[in-house]
Design a protein around this ligand. Structure first.
Ligand SMILES: Cc1cc2nc3c(=O)[nH]c(=O)nc-3n(C[C@H](O)[C@H](O)[C@H](O)COP(=O)(O)OP(=O)(O)OC[C@H]3O[C@@H](n4cnc5c(N)ncnc54)[C@H](O)[C@@H]3O)c2cc1C
Length: 278
C-alpha cells in the first residue's frame, strides 16, 4: 500500500511517526508532501529562509493540553521531553476579553524572553502593543472525514477556535487513533483499510463536534461579559484549578483514553455495532 501524507504540520509528522512506531513504514511506502519549502536553516540569512524557520527561531506559541502530551509520551518519550524542555509550563493561563484587554501579556512576554540578546527581538518586545485580537475561523461540520482512501486529520478535518487550546492535541489524538486502526486492520488489505478509516471517522466526528460546540459556548460567553462578571469568571477558574474542581468538559477532554477508545471501537466493530454516539 502507498500512503501519501499531505502536509507536514503536527498532524502529518506525528502521523508519520505513529506509522513508523507501529511498524507500518516497513511494509508500506510512505511519502510526505509539503507545499511550503522545508529548509532546516537554523540561522536564516535570507528572507526566504525566514518563511520556514521563523517558528523555530522565535518559538511557536502552542499550548499542549494534558491529553496531547500523553499522546506525545506514548509516541516517543524523548519527543515529549524535548517539547517540555523548550516550552514553558503553564499551570494557569491568562486570557483576553472581547475588548482586546489582554491581562498582563507584555510582562509575561518579558519574563519569558528577557534573556534574548538579539536587537531585533528586543526591539519587538519593547515596541509591541497588544490591543487587538484578530478574527479566527473554524471548519464547518463536515459530513465525513474519509472517502475512497482519502482521510482528513487535524485542522483539515476540524480547525477549532485557537482559544480552545485543543487543536494540536486533537490532531495528535486523531493520528494515534488512525494509525492504531490501520495497524489493526492492515492484514485485511484494501477492505481492512476502509474499515479502519470508517471507524476512525465515526469515532472522531462526535468527539470533535462536541469539543467545538463547548469551546464555542465558552468563547461566546466571554464576549457578552461585563468587567465584573469577567473577574468573577476568572476567580472561579482560578479557584477550580486550585482545588482541583473540574467541569464535565475538562474531565471528558482530559480523561479520554486514546488506546482504550480505539480498542473499544475495534471490539464494537467485531460485534457488528457501527456507530459511536455521545
Ligand atoms: C493563533 C493560533 C493559536 C493557536 N493556539 C493553539 C494552542 O495554544 N494549542 C493548540 O493545541 N492549538 C492551537 N492552535 C491550533 C493548532 O495550531 C492547529 O490545530 C495545529 O497546528 C494543526 O496542525 P495540522 O498539522 O493539522 O495543520 P497545519 O499546521 O495547518 O499543517 C498543514 C500543513 O499542510 C501543508 N499543506 C497545505 N496544503 C497542502 C497541499 N495542497 N500540498 C502539500 N502540503 C499542503 C501546509 O503548508 C502545512 O504545513 C492555534 C492556532 C492558531 C491559528
Amino acid at each position: 500500500m502507498q500512503i501519501a501524507i499531505i502536509g507536514s504540520g503536527i498532524s502529518g509528522l506525528s502521523f508519520y511517526l505513529w506509522l513508523h512506531r507501529l511498524n507500518l513504514t516497513t511494509t508500506h511506502s510512505v511519502k510526505i508532501y509539503e507545499a511550503r519549502p522545508t529548509t532546516t536553516t537554523s540561522s536564516p540569512t535570507k528572507l526566504t529562509d525566514l518563511q520556514t524557520s521563523n517558528a523555530s527561531l522565535i518559538g511557536g506559541a502552542l499550548g499542549f493540553s494534558p491529553v496531547g502530551l500523553r499522546v506525545l509520551r506514548r509516541l516517543d518519550p524523548e519527543l515529549e521531553e524535548e517539547v517540555l524542555k523548550t516550552g514553558h509550563w503553564m499551570g494557569r493561563w491568562r486570557m483576553s476579553n472581547a475588548r482586546g484587554w489582554v491581562l498582563d501579556a507584555k510582562s509575561q512576554l518579558w519574563q519569558r524572553h528577557r534573556d534574548w540578546k538579539n536587537n531585533t527581538v528586543r526591539r519587538i518586545m519593547e515596541d509591541v502593543e497588544i490591543d487587538n485580537v484578530y478574527p479566527t475561523f473554524t471548519t464547518p461540520d463536515l459530513p465525513t472525514w474519509e472517502r475512497g482512501g482519502c482521510v482528513l486529520v487535524g485542522d483539515a478535518a476540524h480547525a477549532l477556535q485557537p482559544s480552545s487550546g485543543q487543536g494540536a492535541s486533537m490532531a495528535l489524538e486523531d493520528c494515534e487513533i488512525l494509525a492504531m486502526l490501520l495497524a489493526e486492520y492492515q492484514a485485511q488489505g484494501r477492505d481492512g483499510w476502509q474499515t479502519a478509516t470508517k471507524l476512525y471517522s465515526d469515532m472522531r466526528i462526535p468527539r470533535l463536534r462536541w469539543i467545538r460546540k463547548e469551546a464555542q459556548k465558552r468563547g461566546a460567553m466571554k464576549h457578552d461579559m461585563g468587567v465584573v462578571q469577567e473577574m468573577v469568571m476568572y476567580f472561579f477558574i482560578w479557584i477550580s484549578v486550585k482545588i482541583g474542581l473540574f467541569t464535565k468538559y475538562d474531565r471528558e477532554l482530559s480523561e479520554y483514553d486514546v488506546p482504550n477508545e480505539a480498542r473499544k471501537a475495534v471490539a464494537r466493530h467485531s460485534r457488528g455495532v457501527t456507530s459511536t454516539k455521545r
